[in-house]
Design a protein around this ligand. Structure first.
Ligand code: URA
Length: 434
């Protein structure tokens, strides 16, 4: 088999066989197929597309390019959750202890990543001493004993995707539905859970700006998961404005803790209840959405979800006292209000612009080497649909550097569109794809 012939076949609109796809992915992972040939193939796929069978084979080949995590040492149904990411997305921090407190085992791989704030791992590192650098044995033991463990994504997991994603990133071939779906699902399949609940975000702060595209991606990933033998469900949720009221690592941890105490923002709480009830159903603990939500509300009300978070943090070396005393989490030196320049309704809050404010304050990574300031971020007082008076506070900036605070204030004011039109608040849940 020759890579040249495969590129030509796809360029001319042909269908690649299972053997051809596995040959290509194996060869690329081993370094036997050069970047220039794989770049040409990615561009051919970008223009000619792949059908359902080809997409499944690509996903499986990438999933099997490294270790496939064996979670058989964990009893019961293991459920994983994945978000396509957005601004203020602290969902895993609150959702996983809630679901674990209801008896569904959470064995999760999380990442750091580049972006407006850190990834789940960075946020969890707001708890002094917390580490995801645990061995597979410890990971499995913690899931069995506590019901929850989170491990850093290892380079042995779907290495083909890591290589291909980096190549797509610099060859303008990221935004193809089959390539995105296979990239995400290859990592999820390799991570070993029996069931996967996906949170596909849409709006100005999401990867998929249009609802239609978010639904297509959700459908594609659900199909892939099911074809690979995993129970897979997707929620399409709003990311046209930040999720909840906080953006920034320790600030998001605090909001997740408040949510576990029943004091979370409405949108964030609703998203956790919807995703959580789907996870409970996938894990065989609830029959209906209503039953699932009632179970989740119960573990919030009786404090067991918060206790679950504390046990999980302690088991991975973190200071669990901070769960009960969140005022001990990293704090910025300065808190500055951003005041409304006029009366009116918040018609728009441009989501990725708010994310950039967090980045300016030091809360995210611009390059892999950037060091995150866990203490900084934004607390939103007004969101889409809210009425605000001139001089009233729109948001508070938490920062440690005067110049950065000034730059972030200007940027945040630009993100708020205030007008006379009464604007409807969008529901956080846009749809469910089964
Ligand atoms: N996230 C991924 O993991 N892969 C993609 O291709 C796009 C987003």
């Amino acid at each position: 088999m020759r890579m040249y012939d495969l590129i030509k076949k796809k360029r001319d609109g042909g269908k690649l066989s299972k053997e051809e796809i596995h040959f290509m992915i194996d060869g690329y992972t081993k370094g036997e197929i050069p970047d220039y040939q794989m770049s040409a193939m990615m561009m051919a796929i970008y223009f000619k597309g792949m059908d359902e069978e080809e997409t499944l084979q690509l996903t499986m080949a990438m999933a099997k390019s490294g270790d496939m995590l064996d979670l058989s040492g964990i009893s019961g149904i293991k459920v994983d959750k994945h978000s396509t990411g957005g601004v203020g997305d602290k969902t895993s921090l609150a959702l996983t202890p809630m679901v674990a407190a209801c008896g569904v085992k959470i064995a999760k791989m999380s990442g750091r990543g580049l972006g407006h704030t850190g990834g789940t791992i960075d946020k969890l590192e707001s708890f002094a001493g917390f580490s995801t650098g645990i061995s597979t044995e410890e990971f499995i033991r913690n899931v069995n004993e506590i019901g929850i463990a989170i491990m850093g994504q290892t380079s042995e997991l779907a290495p083909a995707d890591k290589l291909l994603y980096a190549l797509r990133d610099v060859t303008a071939t990221v935004d193809n539905m089959s390539l995105i779906a296979s990239s995400i699902m290859s990592k999820k399949l390799a991570a070993g859970a029996d069931a996967i609940v996906l949170d596909v975000k849409t709006g100005s702060g999401a990867f998929m700006k249009e609802k239609e595209d978010a639904f297509s991606l959700a459908q594609e990933m659900v199909k892939l998961g099911k074809n690979a033998g995993r129970n897979t469900i997707a929620v399409v949720s709003d990311m046209d404005q930040p999720l909840g009221n906080t953006i920034g690592n320790a600030l998001e941890v605090k909001e997740a803790i408040e949510t576990l105490k029943g004091n979370g923002p409405k949108d964030f709480t609703q998203l956790c209840l919807t995703l959580g009830s789907l996870m409970l159903m996938a894990g065989g603990k609830a029959q209906t959405n209503e039953e699932g939500e009632a179970m989740l509300n119960q573990v919030i009300a009786d404090g067991s979800a918060l206790d679950k978070l504390a046990r999980f943090i302690k088991a991975q070396g973190g200071d669990a006292g901070m769960v009960y005393q969140p005022e001990l989490l990293p704090k910025a030196d300065k808190i500055c209000p951003v005041l409304s320049p006029k009366d009116g309704y918040v018609e728009k809050l441009v989501c990725d612009e708010v994310g950039i404010c967090s980045l300016i304050l030091g809360g995210g990574r611009e390059t892999k080497e950037s060091v995150i300031d866990l203490s900084v971020g934004i607390v939103l007082e007004k969101k889409k649909g809210d009425y605000v008076k001139k001089g009233e506070t729109l948001a508070y900036l938490h920062g440690n550097d005067g110049a950065k605070l000034d730059a972030a204030r200007e940027r945040l004011l630009g993100a708020y569109q205030i007008g006379e039109e009464e604007t409807e608040k969008e529901p956080v849940i846009i749809g469910i794809v089964k």
